[in-house]
Write a protein that binds this ligand. Structure first.
Ligand SMILES: *Cc1c(COP(=O)(O)O)cnc(C)c1O
Length: 361
């Protein structure tokens, strides 16, 4: 009988052994500006209404497997035509996995850009799927000649484009994405996780391209704790993907609470508008600091380049402010930090701690 470590080494796929698990740092008691969460709860009256509904919820029963009510609410919000449908996931992370599983034939390729959302590559690895990351241009726009050459060469079955992009914050050019949609033989998923903070969307383009799906999440709009993402696109695409969805992937409580919250979508969008305003203010304050480069953002976070990211990140942490250190990840993110826009008070605490950390460094 082998020892337990030997057994693990023998049985687990080498690419899984080599992985580092997705790391979530401890944040208890800190100003938490590392994960693009909405810093606001909804008003107390609405929370009381939700609490009353939750107290009546049939949690002894399995949820509605097709989440009919919630999906209809999303349909209405997006004013989808009859040939379009909505597929719900346990966060959009689950939908990325489901998409990859659907097209992962032997030698199929998943393509994205770098730097971008790390789960695209991670999920390809989980599934043993080939992954190609095309570097962005120096200004974080799409490097179209590299993109078109890669698409031609690799013939990816699946392309993910985060729009706006995480962690760079910019939205790629609409014309560039349209050109990719035309060039690609595979499925192109436009990941609109930050739609509430952005100017444009591809939802209206769904009918123009047979290979386009749009993915969104409610995580950045005040429901990160519910774990709800969704795909929008042609019914015929979603019917295939729906076969791969595990039964009851969205529980009774997320269905119920999200339905209530979406009845008050305007409240959430007002919060998003506030966050956008505070994003501008924060960007101005940071730009005024010598040695700090602030990148333009269409999301609820800012990407910064500083002289010594590691030291400033540590200095902030020491002062009780948690942001994301991107230094050491991708070469294009050298000395970069990412800060989520918080409440005005949180942003102020961040600015004070940031300045102190620079002086100390
Ligand atoms: C946060 C994020 C997601 C994941 O969202 P969940 O719904 O919480 O899984 C997907 N895509 C991008 C680009 C993100 O930044």
């Amino acid at each position: 009988m082998s020892s337990l470590p030997a057994l693990i080494n023998q049985l687990v796929r080498p690419e899984i052994l080599a992985l580092n698990a997705y790391h979530v740092p401890a944040s208890a008691g800190m100003v938490k500006l590392d994960a693009m969460e909405n810093p606001y709860l909804v008003p107390a009256a609405l929370r009381a209404e939700i609490a009353a509904a939750v107290s009546e919820a049939a949690i002894n029963r399995y949820p509605d497997p097709s989440a009919q009510g919630l999906r209809q609410k999303i349909r209405d919000l997006l004013q989808l035509s009859d040939d379009m449908d909505v597929l719900l996931g346990n966060g959009s992370d689950e939908l990325i996995q489901l998409l990859a599983m659907a097209v992962n034939k032997p030698n199929a390729t998943l393509l994205s850009v770098e730097p971008s959302f790390v789960m695209y590559k991670m999920i390809a690895t989980f599934l043993g799927m080939r992954y190609v990351g095309v570097p962005l241009a120096a200004d974080f726009s799409l490097d179209m000649s590299a993109m078109l050459a890669s698409i031609e060469r690799e013939q990816p079955a699946l392309i993910f484009l985060a729009y706006p992009n995480n962690p760079t914050g910019n939205a790629f050019s609409t014309a560039d994405i349209q050109q990719i949609l035309c060039a690609a033989q595979g499925l192109v998923v436009v990941d609109e996780a930050y739609y509430a903070f952005a100017e444009n969307s591809f939802v209206a383009h769904l009918t123009d391209y047979p290979n386009l799906l749009v993915m969104r999440t409610f995580s950045k709009l005040g429901m990160a704790g519910l774990r709800l993402g969704f795909l929008v696109g042609d019914k015929r695409w979603l019917a295939q993907l729906d076969k791969l969805r595990l039964p009851y992937n969205v529980g009774v409580l997320p269905q119920l609470v999200a339905s209530k919250l979406l009845q008050h979508h305007d409240v959430l969008l007002t919060q998003a508008a506030q966050i956008k305003q505070d994003r501008s203010k924060l960007a101005q304050q940071l730009s005024a600091i010598t040695g700090v480069q602030v990148f333009a953002s269409s999301a609820n976070f800012l990407l910064l380049r500083v002289a010594h990211a590691q030291e400033i990140f540590a200095g902030l942490k020491q002062r009780g402010v948690l942001i994301k250190n991107l230094h050491g990840g991708h070469a294009m993110l050298e000395n970069c930090l990412r800060v989520t826009v918080g409440t005005p008070a949180e942003n102020e605490r961040f600015i004070v701690a940031f300045k102190e950390s620079i002086q100390q460094g």
